[in-house]
Design a protein around this ligand. Structure first.
Ligand code: WT7
Length: 643
């Protein structure tokens, strides 16, 4: 078995074997890129993508807006598919269905190309035009990729909505995008059970502008539809085989993906074509040292940015093979993932700390029969990884021979920004590493002044901003400015805390009212809004506490309108259900405390920090600024009595 790392003076570094296969093995690249990042990205964009027309200006900045490759023309789908057709039988996608009696399906580049062309024609026939927003509410099945690429072929903007999200969550996104076309499915398998999506689709489209719903049939391919609904399978069969790609401007929008900010309403993060494609291509290639014949498995669902960039677009822009799996990691037992890795010769495996901690807890017996010897690179993303999880991942999955690439980034950044490269290292638990070549991050204090090495502060990105960075918030310029460019002048505010030691960046977590529950991003405001919908609730406050598996979980403090006759357990259950109904089950409230009063400042602001201190049994500071300092003692008692 090849050893890709060595230990040298207590540090893990790339081995000779890794250096041999590494795209980047010389640290010089960082210096070169820093000297002239614009030129650096210009060269990479030319080399990595097929352009129909060269750009006039590589980078232009009109704060807080910036544009990459202005005037350049290209089509995204052509870059993903058409240019790989010289190798038509190469596998593009491997799909593993959840039921163990269903066969794995492989799609070659040519097969995928044909389906995408046909489906693009279906969309055109239904009236979809360049610039229209098409919503995609699909599970992890090949059709999700076909639908996305078909949009990009005709210049439509896709807006993928996580299939586990609730009908309400889908509806908000349909309304925001004024979406006329929705691509949905009858359902999917989850832990051996059929999960119904149609029911949620029916509910979500009421009161929206949706005119047509194209239904993928996971369960019954011959199903007939009527009214607004048409069958994906039937339409695609009738469609023409070729669809001419629409040539787009580099800075035209490619997709919208909603994410949580500090308010109750999710933000539609917009990514453009040329900058995003350039960034997805190169960060995939270099960060995971991806070669054409490698199979990459990124376990992220397509509902998240990691699913967009590293499950699909990055590996396919590189002409490699991507694997997707429909189901849960524990079905039929905790061996499933390792079986998939061995069977499909996975070289690059990319997952989240939450999943790693879940496997740690499940125990090693599920690993025993699996070799995992095709693995070269392991990746992690979504939240800070703790040392225990890192070491377990390193030893048990990587067999102490694969580097772990800890990638720090965000929905807004389109691709990974801070991570070490496999051929350079060092690989240190809990440390993300260096800014990706051609990007720059520093740590500053409250006033925007750079702090000393080793000191924790706010992580910001400096101009020129990375090509993968967001291209605004959909129809909300004001929010875009305020969220990312208001706190620090001419710096992108990441809302994460970090410190730098020996030039390596360690990210410590969010500095705003956003939490990461099992890697999912959710704001306190969204959770509170959902709780407040429950008829008996007067007001609420949500704070995160650390959790052994999920990283963080939300805890709610609720003030009722009046005393209720219902038992506390029933009330708690109903409130949790209300939140599930609004947001879906991904960020479920872990515990509800019923209190009489929430700690507030004179101006009426709820002091969530104090609630956090109470839960974590930390020293209580700043009580003097409260109008109701006595509330804190009462809350403390309630927390202690209701473990
Ligand atoms: C937030 C962004 C990046 C795609 C998936 C999450 C946290 C992400 C790391 C990491 C420490 C991390 C940050 C960031 N985060 N990766 N490797 N180490 N923290 O995207 O849902 O937009 O969340 O996730 O807090 O701001 P997202």
């Amino acid at each position: 078995m090849v050893n890709y790392i060595i230990k040298k003076s207590g540090k893990f570094l790339p081995s000779k074997e890794m250096k041999k296969i590494a795209w980047i093995k010389d640290k010089k690249i960082y210096k070169e890129a820093e000297k002239n990042p614009i030129k650096f990205w210009g060269k990479l964009a030319r080399e990595g993508l097929k352009w129909e027309k060269p750009w006039k200006k590589t980078y232009e900045e009109k704060p807080p807006y910036f544009y990459w490759f202005k005037g350049g023309k290209l089509n995204f789908c052509v870059n993903v598919l058409d240019r790989h057709l010289d190798n038509p039988n190469k596998t593009a996608l491997i799909w593993v269905p959840e039921p163990t009696n269903e066969k794995t399906i492989k799609l070659t580049y040519k097969e995928l190309y044909d389906k995408v062309n046909r489906f693009a024609n279906v969309l055109k026939k239904l009236g979809v035009k360049k610039g229209d927003v098409v919503a995609i509410y699909l599970p992890m099945i090949p059709e999700v990729l076909i639908a996305m690429l078909a949009c990009t072929r005709i210049g439509a903007i896709h807006s993928v909505v996580f299939s586990a999200f609730s009908a309400d969550a889908l509806k908000i996104r349909l309304l925001d995008g004024k979406t006329k076309i929705l691509i949905g499915a009858d359902g999917y398998y989850r832990r051996g059970k059929k999960e119904d999506l149609k029911k949620k689709v029916d509910k979500a489209i009421i009161g929206t502008k949706v005119k047509k719903v194209i239904m993928v049939n996971r369960f019954n391919k011959n199903k007939n539809y009527s009214g607004k609904f048409v069958s994906f399978e039937k339409e695609i069969k009738k469609a023409d085989l070729y669809c001419k790609p629409v040539i787009m401007n580099s800075e035209d929008p490619l997709f919208i993906l909603y994410t949580s900010g500090t308010t109750g309403k999710p933000k539609g993060i917009v990514h453009d074509i040329g900058g995003y494609a350039t960034y997805a291509y190169w960060t995939t290639k270099w960060s995971f040292n991806l070669h054409e014949n490698d199979v990459l498995w990124c376990t992220a669902d397509i509902g998240w940015i990691t699913g967009h960039t590293y499950t699909f677009y990055g590996p396919l822009l590189n002409g490699s093979t991507s694997l997707i799996y429909e189901g849960t990691p524990d079905y039929p037992n905790y061996s499933r993932w390792w079986k998939i890795i061995d069977k499909n010769n996975i070289a690059v495996f990319y997952t989240a700390p939450t999943a790693i901690r879940m496997f740690m807890k499940a125990g090693e017996k599920f690993l025993r029969k699996h070799k995992l010897n095709t693995l070269k690179i392991l990746g992690t993303v979504g939240e800070p990884i703790d040392k225990n999880a890192w070491e377990w991942y390193f030893k048990k999955i990587g067999k102490s021979r694969c580097p772990i690439i800890d990638t720090w980034w965000q929905t807004e950044t389109g691709g990974t920004l801070i991570n070490v490269l496999p051929g350079i290292g060092p690989f240190i638990p809990t440390v993300a590493g260096y800014s990706f070549p051609g990007t720059k991050h520093i740590v500053v204090d409250e006033k925007g002044k750079r702090v000393k090495e080793g000191k924790t502060g706010f992580l910001v990105q400096l101009s020129p901003y990375a090509p993968g960075m967001l291209h605004g918030i959909y129809k909300d310029n004001k929010k875009y400015k305020e969220t990312y460019f208001k706190k620090f002048k001419n710096k992108y505010d990441t809302s994460d805390g970090a410190y730098i030691r020996d030039g390596l960046i360690r990210v410590t977590g969010r500095t705003d009212d956003v939490m990461k529950v099992a890697g999912h991003r959710i704001s306190t405001a969204e959770l509170e809004d959902a709780i407040n919908k429950y008829k008996l609730v007067n007001e609420s406050a949500v704070v995160p506490i650390p959790d052994k598996i999920k990283g963080q979980v939300p805890i709610a403090f609720v003030v009722l309108k009046s005393k209720s006759n219902l038992k506390i357990e029933i009330l708690e259950k109903q409130i949790k259900q209300e939140v599930d109904k609004t947001l879906g089950p991904t960020s479920r409230i872990a515990k509800v405390y019923f209190v009489n009063d929430l700690p507030k400042t004179r101006s009426g602001k709820i002091m969530r920090r104090i609630l956090k201190n109470v839960l974590n049994k930390e020293e209580l500071k700043g009580l003097i600024t409260l109008v109701n300092p006595n509330s804190v003692e009462a809350i403390k008692k309630i927390v202690e009595n209701n473990k």
